[in-house]
Ligand binder design. Sequence first.
Ligand SMILES: Nc1ncnc2c1ncn2[C@@H]1O[C@H](COP(=O)(O)OP(=O)(O)OP(=O)(O)O)[C@@H](O)[C@H]1O
Ligand SMILES: Cc1ncc(CO)c(N)n1
Ligand SMILES: [Mg+2]
Length: 526
Amino acid sequence: MQSLGGIRSWPATWRTTTASMTTTTTTTESVRKVAQVLTVAGSDSGAGAGIQADIKVCAARGVYCASVITAVTAQNTRGVQSVHLLPPHFVSEQLKSVLSDFEIDVVKTGMLPSPEIVQVLLQSLSDYPVRALVVDPVMVSTSGHVLAGSSILSIFRERLLPVADIITPNVKEASALLGGVPIQTLAEMRSAAKSLHEMGPRFVLVKGGDLPDSSDSVDVYFDGNEFHELHSPRIATRNTHGTGCTLASCIAAELAKGSNMLSAVKVAKRFVDTALNYSKDIVIGKGMQGPFDHFLGLKKDPQSYRQSTFNPDDLFLYAVTDSRMNKKWNRSIVDAVKAAIQGGATIVQIREKEAETREFLEEAKACVDICRSNGVCLLINDRIDIALACDADGVHVGQSDMPVDQVRSLLGPDKIIGVSCKTQEQAHQAWKDGADYIGSGGVFPTNTKANNRTIGLDGLKEVCKASKLPVVAIGGIGISNAESVMRIDEPNLKGVAVVSALFDQECVLSQAKKLHKTLQESKREH
Ligand SMILES: Nc1ncnc2c1ncn2[C@@H]1O[C@H](COP(=O)(O)OP(=O)(O)OP(=O)(O)O)[C@@H](O)[C@H]1O
Ligand SMILES: Cc1ncc(CO)c(N)n1
Ligand SMILES: [Mg+2]
């Protein structure tokens, strides 16, 4: 039905994407329109499927999600214990509240448990047309509980499917919609997709998650002319509860951002696949059907999370590696870092100006392991990609590297960001942009960094006074002059960062110990 509009007529070019949310920009700079999905579905108290899954998926995909609840289920990983339908008039109230106010781009439906509820949905969609309608014809939960009985079949076939832009039945639902035809092979999925398309939806995706005896998880997409098979390796996991809701919501989210249908479906399939892989071994609930992690984060070993927020006192003895020095002394970066920590280094930065990316990443991973097992933070110099890939505790950037606010948006709120500052203005900017500490120098002349202006102890003092952030001094500092640095006696000067003083030495361990002792003595004196 064309009154519901279709993604065909979408003005795709006025949509732009930002890192946090997808927005549409208008001519006035101050207005940001956010891509919006409305899910009309049931609540799953276990939060793996239904409304809860839909909201999580949209959030994960950067799209706003409003929710109209059709039924409340008492459900967990063991199954559905009870279902409570909302009165149709109240579903209608919710639809009106949302659709009369929000500029919903796409409506996605899940559990529509009665013909009356389908009826009020159809009425609302004709009162408030949206750009696309994604119908996931939820009927039976994976555990076998009926979520929408055969009473909905005729209104689905006759009225809902014809106005849908895409429908996403699993094989059982496809079979029910087609009056019970058996669907057990890929050929039967294709023929089901074709028959369903004749009922009126513009696109059909028959999902093969439940197809018996297949090593791949294959979904069949049909646009009325052509078939596409979307293959992904079947993932061995109990955590498949809500895969269908997730797939349909992700399609809706991509459409809301302006994607065409095939691209939306491909992205959604990959999203489900990635999320399943990330969370294949998590344990939530005691039943057979666990939920997965829509934010793809739970896979991280919880031990690997830093226990506390950044502690400025960790800047006390800051060891910065240098590959050339380690080569000169014929030791690996990993051995150098181990020795520095044993000698008392309180934070480590890997600074690799020449290494090949792959080699750098391997070394960084090994260093992360060592630092983590010693409770010492590890930062990466410059390379945000390496920091992300090895899950370092943060990065240190210079004035000509990636801007701090951009780094923050890539690394997220809990990573440490340090930035090199020579001036009061730079120190102020670093604080405004969300850095955690600043490194200030070069305090003394140094060979480690070419063309680096020396700011002296006076320059360091000036930066410290202006800085709202903790400061670590850097540049030409060693055992002989560390005390003079700490003697400037600024409360936010937390320590010294050293390269040659530790690593251009025959024995890293003993140098680190000596320097640590010197710093402690100067601390006691002030
Ligand atoms: N074990 C698996 N490995 C990989 N992909 C899977 C797996 N199980 C399901 N999928 C994929 O997940 C998507 C959802 O399909 P599925 O057939 O599971 O839907 P569903 O039965 O409606 O799910 P639910 O009702 O549990 O929400 C499809 O793209 C399917 O291929
Ligand atoms: C509420 C609800 N909607 C959909 C499904 C299908 O996964 C479910 N199990 N529960
Ligand atoms: Mg389903």
